[in-house]
Design a protein around this ligand. Sequence first.
Ligand code: ADP
Ligand code: MG
Length: 393
Amino acid sequence: MKLDVDVLRYLSKDDFRVLTAVEMGMRNHEIVPSELIDRIACLKHGGTYKVLKNLLKHKLLHHDSSKYDGFRLTYLGYDFLAIKTMVNRGIFTGVGRQIGVGKESDIFEVAKEDGTVLAMKLHRLGRVSFRAVKSKRDYLRHRSSYSWLYLSRLAALKEFAFMKALEEHGFPVPNAVDCNRHCVIMSLVRGYPLVQVKQLPNPDVVFETIIGLVVRMAEHGLIHCDFNEFNIMIDDDEKITMIDFPQMVSVSHRNAKMYFDRDVECIFKFFRKRYNLSFEENEDESDDSEVDSEEVCRPRFSEIKKVSGLLDKKLAASGFTGKDQEDIERFIGEDVQKDSDSDGEGTEDEGYIADSTNESNIKDFGSKCSLRKEEDNPPDREIEHEAVEDTCM
Ligand code: ADP
Ligand code: MG
């Protein structure tokens, strides 16, 4: 999906006020009635309808008049709200080229005022598993109307919390800078996903390091659950950085052993195939099988020794609640598919799901777009309170 941030520069305070009003309305409405948007936005000089037309023109909203006249946010509209908030917070001033397309995310470079480049991950739940979201809508009940917003926001919140916690415990992850809505800002990893690396000077050392990380995470109470060559970055000095955390689970999860073994197997398989590392094969994976050389180096979940101060417990205090975990697990915990298995299948187009994308159509948006920080344009939450009070909702 093209993220034309140039448009951002031309959007007025009123535009953002109306966009925020639609976001608020989506808590209770799949399609937010135009009159409700007008009441929430409460523009001083009126003109909500004109603003709506402008937002529609820029594809920040989707218009629907099948049941009644109303609007909903597109992912682009949601992107703009998050980007605007980040710019207002002084996190970055410009959005640059797209550097990654994940299963359910888009990653861009963003630049700070001093020129430092960071990475911005915009979560896009629903891009490949929209059918799953749809089939599980019952669960979301009153929230069904904005399930994709809600789930993408949860994914970002979870990713941010886990990245921060891992970082604090000395794991090689990007520095977690900030999080808003479905957007996570982190340091830019200088390196390449392992999947792009055809040869390594020391594959055995890299392999040991990576397996060591899986074990150490489990010792701290966590399993990555999508640990593979797409989510491991490596630089020219063979330094490893792990990325992509929305699907992580605790070692006390009911399927923890299965997830752990799957992560381990992914690494074994990749190193065997790509770098010709040889492990003595043993088809019988039962615990009482004879120990051979692979079994010696293959970590077993049952043998993981937990260290004190478990990370997963600490995370409970991070703002990412048990309820959040429960919600998100229903969608990406159980359904998580390996990146490598992803067939890049498109989604049912309901007007607000991004086009299916893959590595081959990563776009370079050219020169950085510098964005204006508006001190006097309050962040979303403030608008929200003001509007709610104004309209006595
Ligand atoms: P998804 O959850 O959609 O798989 P990822 O977090 O794995 O998304 O990111 C997708 C791709 O974007 C990665 O494979 C990597 O190439 C790039 N990427 C993600 N985060 C960063 C980062 N912090 N620095 C540099 N590149 C990144
Ligand atoms: Mg990934």
